[in-house]
Ligand binder design. Structure first.
Ligand SMILES: [Ca+2]
Ligand SMILES: [Ca+2]
Length: 186
């Protein structure tokens, strides 16, 4: 049974799952009837300064692999159809560059402003972490707040503290778009 986190909840991956090496970060959502939205999951690998060590540490549909080979985005999903993960990032914790201290998972609605789309048009959005080797779901955060006006949400972050990887369910809605995050962290 996976741990279910609430907004702000944390989980020490290293301490609770010492054998964990490869994880799948799965993001899923459903589009409410009558809407068509394209959501994009992206990941920012941040260094000590809270910035990307290089642009390539921003992993998204146009840059599927991080330079250290640790993270692999499995590709763009345009519809969110199906109950399984809609967009996935595979991470090999052992390959993550020592420079990287934090990993942020963000989901943004493609072209939200022009199309007048927001998270109020979605339901059942979640982030989960799965052990790739055993296929076991370790933790899950079902977005537990309403975000009727948000066009992008930081779902979770995995931070390295004293050599341990700690996941936090952040659930921070915003309206800056993917480019806004890039501007913030590049
Ligand atoms: Ca997409
Ligand atoms: Ca879905």
């Amino acid at each position: 049974m996976a741990i279910s986190l609430k907004k702000g909840g944390t989980f020490n991956l290293t301490k609770k799952e010492p054998s964990l090496k490869k994880i799948l970060i799965g993001l899923g959502w459903e589009v409410k009837q009558g809407n068509t939205l394209d959501l994009d999951a992206s990941v920012f690998m941040l260094g000590e300064s809270g910035k990307l060590p290089a642009d390539e540490f921003f992993v998204f549909y146009n840059n599927l692999k991080s330079p250290d080979g640790a993270l692999q985005h499995t590709g763009d999903n345009r519809t969110g159809a199906g109950d399984d993960d809609d967009e996935m990032i595979l991470a090999n914790l052992e390959l993550i560059d020592d420079k990287v201290k934090e990993i942020l998972a963000v989901v943004s609605i493609h072209d939200a402003a022009a199309r007048n789309h927001n998270f109020g048009m979605l339901s059942d959005a979640y982030i989960r972490i799965v052990d790739v080797e055993t296929k076991r779901e370790i933790l899950r955060y079902d977005l537990d707040a309403e975000y009727p006006t948000a066009t992008d949400i930081e779902f979770g972050r995995i931070k390295k503290e004293n050599g341990e990887w700690i996941f936090t369910a952040s659930g921070l809605g915003d309206n800056k778009g993917m480019q806004g995050y890039v501007d913030m962290y590049a």
